[in-house]
Write a protein that binds this ligand. Structure first.
Ligand code: C2E
Ligand code: CA
Ligand code: CA
Ligand code: CA
Length: 279
């Protein structure tokens, strides 16, 4: 291959061009994805206990790309953040999740909560409260049916500002869940003052659980902390019976993971949980 410059760095490396092109192409595709209705939400159940009733569902975003098929959020949320497109996409997610929840309420599932993930940019957006309020009003959904999940690192980024935002969300009557908890170095003082309702133990700690490991001790400590601070503790990423038994035994309030239920389209979600609800 041709080399340009003394360092052998080639600005015209074909793969680089292809890469730059890819980035632009993905951005272009993302720009039209909303108007062409290529986004879908799938729902993953949160269970109060292994065989108990469903506590609610977390809405997770999927992109039905015309060429690449189903693209997961880890592939495009970063680009959506960098380009600002996460703002309109996030508004769509909120609206669609509220619409779905209202549909479920009409079918009799009124004691669930629907959880929606917020990105850092959405969380910092001055219009966030308006967007949330608009979605609730449009679908006549009580605020108590909605949970907003914010990662611990997002909530910790600018603690004074986020405390205010979280307080406004709480004042609406919407629940706040601190996602990926344990990865973001919250101070105990901050946690104590945080107007949150729920902590989600990061999947990383759940993954390596087995009695006697450090992660088991960390998980027990998080549950104890949550208990003290009056927070609901949810464990995510539960894949094995062993993890499930341990998490239940230390007193987690809810479990979520492939073992109990994968993220599913809404029709399939109802079919999967209906027998449990009636039990
Ligand atoms: P998250 O909020 O921590 O969501 C949990 C992720 O773990 C989801 O991946 C879920 O499908 C996956 N998961 C659930 N149970 C298990 C399990 O037992 N084992 C394993 N290995 N994975 C499990 P997903 O759907 O690919 O979402 C990835 C991340 O993208 C989410 O992490 C969240 O941060 C973000 N995200 C998803 N939907 C949205 C959205 O609507 N808006 C924003 N801003 N971010 C979103
Ligand atoms: Ca989440
Ligand atoms: Ca998480
Ligand atoms: Ca995560």
């Amino acid at each position: 291959t041709k080399r340009s410059g003394r360092n052998g760095y080639n600005f015209f490396e074909p793969s680089m061009n292809a890469n730059a092109h890819n980035q632009l192409q993905w951005l272009q595709d993302l720009r039209v994805a909303l108007e062409r209705k290529q986004f879908r939400l799938v729902y993953q159940p949160k269970f109060r206990s292994p065989d108990g009733p469903v506590m609610g569902a977390e809405a997770l975003l999927r992109w039905q790309h015309p060429v690449h098929g189903i693209v997961g959020p880890d592939e495009f949320i970063a680009l959506a953040e960098r380009s600002g497109l996460i703002i309109p996409i996030g508004a769509w997610v909120l609206d669609e999740a509220c619409r779905q929840m209202q549909e479920w309420i009409k079918l009799g599932y009124s004691d669930w909560k629907i959880a929606v993930n917020l990105s850092a940019l959405q969380f910092a957006d001055p219009h966030l409260l308006d967007v949330v309020t608009a979605a609730l009003e449009k679908h006549q959904l009580p605020a108590s049916c909605l949970t907003l999940e914010v990662t611990e690192s997002t909530a910790m980024h600018d603690t004074a500002a986020s405390m205010q935002t979280l307080q406004k969300i709480a004042d609406l009557g919407v629940d706040i869940s601190i996602d990926d908890f344990g990865t973001g170095y919250s101070s105990l003082l901050y946690l104590k003052r945080l107007p949150a309702n729920e902590l989600k133990i990061d999947r990383g700690f759940v993954r390596d659980l087995s009695d006697g490991t450090e992660d088991a001790a960390i998980v027990s400590a998080i549950v104890a902390l949550g208990r003290t601070l009056n927070l609901r503790i949810v464990a995510e990423g539960v894949e094995t019976e062993m993890q499930q038994d341990f998490l239940t035994s230390v007193g987690c309030d809810a479990l979520q993971g492939y073992l109990m239920g994968r993220p599913m389209p809404p029709e399939q979600f109802l079919q999967a949980i209906r027998p449990l609800q009636e039990a």
